[in-house]
Design a protein around this ligand. Structure first.
Ligand code: COA
Length: 315
């Protein structure tokens, strides 16, 4: 899927349980593009709380406020939840990029109907038309993060909806859980670590010192995978490709060296790079600021969360 699909197709697969036919994908993609715009009153409110909030806190608050625009919250039918889910998948990139631009006093960029989710995200964030190579990389990143079974944030969403609460409450729970540094927050921590290391020649001493002090190497280890996370394989290849494209190898070379040094040291515990290990170098080369690393994860994972909420309610 990472090699041959696109994020819209994966979101459809997750929400509807089957891959779309050509026309279905076209209609779904158009629907997502048409629903990107946020209610004007919400943007007004965002100008207050996003000024000081962390990007995940801002996103969680925005999702809670979106519930107020839903006139029939107690309708938990599949049809209604699919409608809400599509709306959330469409609006997440707008919520994240709008919050960022407000926080940093940047002029807001309107969502573009003619762009894919990944291209629109980059365009709204950076205020410029993204290059093909950047769009392809972010689209693949979105595919890789869209769904991952019964992880911690998905578990939160399922617990919340299992009380017959509502979609927005379930998604707000999931965002709160994803924020932690042992889950989606790990990517930002990895980048902080890479900056601290500074250069490939410092990797050995950093890793040995950290492990001696029983500190965790962020971006390593997984509750389920006891081998290299298969998503990390794709992210590593993308990270290398983007480093070649931008001729910026600084963080890729530190990451690659860290992998070579740490894997043998933690071999007995079967700890290997996970999905968050190479994504920071991908984002850095896409000019995405580190404060958004976790929110990008949420922007993609929303499709998986919605699918789980609907599945939980179905039985
Ligand atoms: N670096 C160094 N040691 C690690 C480690 C890491 N990233 N992850 C786990 N370990 C060690 C623990 O210290 C522990 O050692 P001990 O048995 O000597 O006490 C052992 O491995 C088991 O750790 P535990 O936390 O119980 O494993 P887990 O399977 O429950 O945890 C994670 C999985 C993901 C929470 C854990 O690996 C972690 O915190 N990783 C770093 C954060 C991260 O990258 N999260 C993103 C996950 S996709």
């Amino acid at each position: 899927l990472a090699e041959h699909s696109n994020y819209e197709e994966i979101a459809y697969l997750l929400l509807f349980g089957k891959l779309p036919a050509k026309q279905e994908l076209k209609d779904f993609t158009r629907k997502l593009a048409e629903q990107r715009q946020l209610p004007k009153e919400l943007v007004k409110l965002m100008k207050i709380y996003t000024k000081t909030a962390n990007s995940m806190d801002a996103l969680r608050t925005s999702v809670s406020l979106l519930a107020d625009y839903d006139t029939n919250l107690s309708d938990l039918s599949v049809e209604k939840n699919l409608e809400r889910g599509i709306d959330l998948v469409a609006k997440f990139p707008t919520l994240v990029t709008t919050a960022y631009r407000i926080k940093h006093d940047l002029k807001l960029v309107k969502p573009k109907k003619n762009l894919s989710s990944a291209a629109n995200f980059l365009c709204m964030l950076l205020g410029e038309t993204p290059r093909e190579v950047a769009v392809k990389a972010l689209d693949t990143d979105f595919i890789l993060h869209a769904e991952h079974g019964f992880n911690a944030s998905t578990f939160s969403a399922r617990v919340t909806i299992s009380t017959l609460s509502d979609m927005y409450a379930a998604i707000a729970s999931a965002i709160g859980t994803l924020k932690g540094p042992l889950h989606g927050g790990a990517a930002e921590e990895v980048f902080i670590m890479l900056k601290k290391i500074g250069a490939a020649e410092n990797v050995e001493s950093y890793a040995e010192n950290a492990l001696k002090k029983k500190e965790k190497i962020m971006g390593f280890g997984h509750r389920v995978y006891k081998t290299m996370d298969p998503r990390a394989v794709h992210l590593k290849a993308m990270s290398k490709k983007l480093a070649e494209d931008t001729r910026n190898f600084q963080y890729f070379s530190i990451s690659e060296k860290l992998e070579h040094v740490v894997v043998p040291l933690l071999k007995e515990k079967r700890i290997y790079p996970n999905v968050d290990f190479y994504s920071p170098t991908v984002y850095n080369n896409l000019k995405i600021p580190e404060e958004l690393f976790d929110a990008i994860f949420a922007t993609s994972r929303i499709s998986g969360w919605v699918a789980h909420v609907i599945e939980q309610l179905s039985d």
